[in-house]
Write a protein that binds this ligand. Structure first.
Ligand code: SAM
Length: 340
């Protein structure tokens, strides 16, 4: 068994995992699969294709061991993502088992919503308390053009089902695209006026596969912030364990509108997350140089102590910031491959 350097061990002795930049990790994004059934223009425009040599998705037992180790290091929030996590037939069992891991206080999921209308109550009962649904446009034809699926109505019914099922937080994600959906702010304000949910615009991120799309469609999130502030919206305080979104509210509007701007200065300084891919690789950054193998230590319960140590040692290597500004998106072909 490898012995961790003393500083890495000290970092997790207190049950808190931190890195040399002083960032504390509370949040694990766990990819259940890289498979996605949608064909979003900025991610998988030609549909999912299995990458050569790709390992099978983590089994339920491997997932539980992984989450147990991260929880021992003080991570308390897990987001189930993908690919599309709900294409896994055993999704509900995975959610239930993850929610039962000691130390895990919140299980969240990110979905394109294609099964949400029928499954919202089941997933809530399994222990998922927060849900993000991707809706890039509130216009049915645009939604179909962006995702390759004419299913906006179905996904919106899913959002209503999630509201009825009592999720503690419901967030909608819309990738902000120049000339595609950058004229929808008024429609979005109307949508959140009566609904207690948050819609966040995400700046398109450049990946290895979408360089041209990025060049044509990227729009800084600041344009949305300027428009909101111009209409009297004000910035809301950041909740504990919250992600990188900057959120805004307005008197008389129940919901909130946020912006996730990975190209903004200091975006990485509040990074509180680690990623485990569906192949069992630890990714310290979405735009890093590749994953670090944990799978060999996910094979039996007897390996958990060693797994905890390896995660602590590897995390100490997390770079202070991504290199997207230099046009370097690491080895990430698209976000579905690691888990967006
Ligand atoms: N399939 C699920 C979904 O649709 O939400 C989960 C995975 S998806 C990769 C997670 C989020 O990443 C979605 O909101 C998606 O729109 C976003 N996303 C994917 N590629 C992106 C990119 N290049 N830039 C910004 N956001 C992206």
């Amino acid at each position: 068994m490898k012995i961790a350097p003393p500083d890495a061990l000290a970092q997790h002795a207190s049950g808190h995992l931190t890195d040399p930049s002083g960032r504390r990790f509370e949040y694990l994004r766990l990819s259940l699969t890289d498979v996605c059934n949608f064909r979003c223009t900025y991610c998988l425009p030609n549909g999912y294709q299995k990458a050569a040599g790709r390992a099978p998705d983590l089994s339920l037992d491997e997932i539980v061991r992984g989450v147990t180790a991260f929880a021992r290091l003080g991570l308390w929030k897990v987001r189930l993502t993908g690919g599309e996590p709900t294409v896994r037939a055993e999704f509900t069992d995975i959610a239930r088992r993850v929610a039962a891991v000691p130390g895990i206080r919140r299980v969240a999921m990110t979905t394109n919503g294609y099964r949400l209308a029928n499954r919202a109550a089941e997933w809530r009962a399994a222990g998922v308390s927060a849900i993000n649904v991707s809706i890039d446009s509130l216009d049915p034809a645009r939604f179909a053009a962006i995702t390759g699926h004419d299913r906006l109505g179905e996904v919106l019914r899913g959002v209503e089902a999630a509201r009825s099922a009592g999720f503690e937080t419901i967030k909608l994600n819309a990738v902000l695209m120049r000339g595609v959906n950058d004229d929808e702010l008024e429609a979005i304000i109307a949508f959140v006026r009566e609904r207690d949910l948050s819609l966040r615009f995400i700046e398109v991120m450049r990946t290895n596969d979408n360089a041209r799309f990025f060049r044509d469609r990227h729009l800084p999130g600041q344009t949305v912030i300027d428009a909101l502030q111009g209409m009297g919206w004000t910035r809301l305080p950041r909740a504990p364990g919250a992600g990188p979104a900057v959120e805004f509210g307005h008197a008389g509007v129940n919901g909130r509108i946020g912006v996730i701007a990975p190209y903004a200065q200091d975006f990485c300084t509040t990074c509180n997350r680690l990623r485990l891919s569906a192949e069992g690789k630890l990714h310290l950054c979405l735009f890093g140089d590749g994953g670090l193998d944990l799978r060999s230590l996910l094979q039996s319960d007897a390996q958990i102590d060693e797994l905890v140590e390896r995660i602590a040692v590897l995390t100490a290597r997390k770079a202070p910031a991504h290199r997207l500004h230099e046009g370097n998106s690491g080895v990430t072909p698209h976000l579905a491959s690691i888990g967006g």
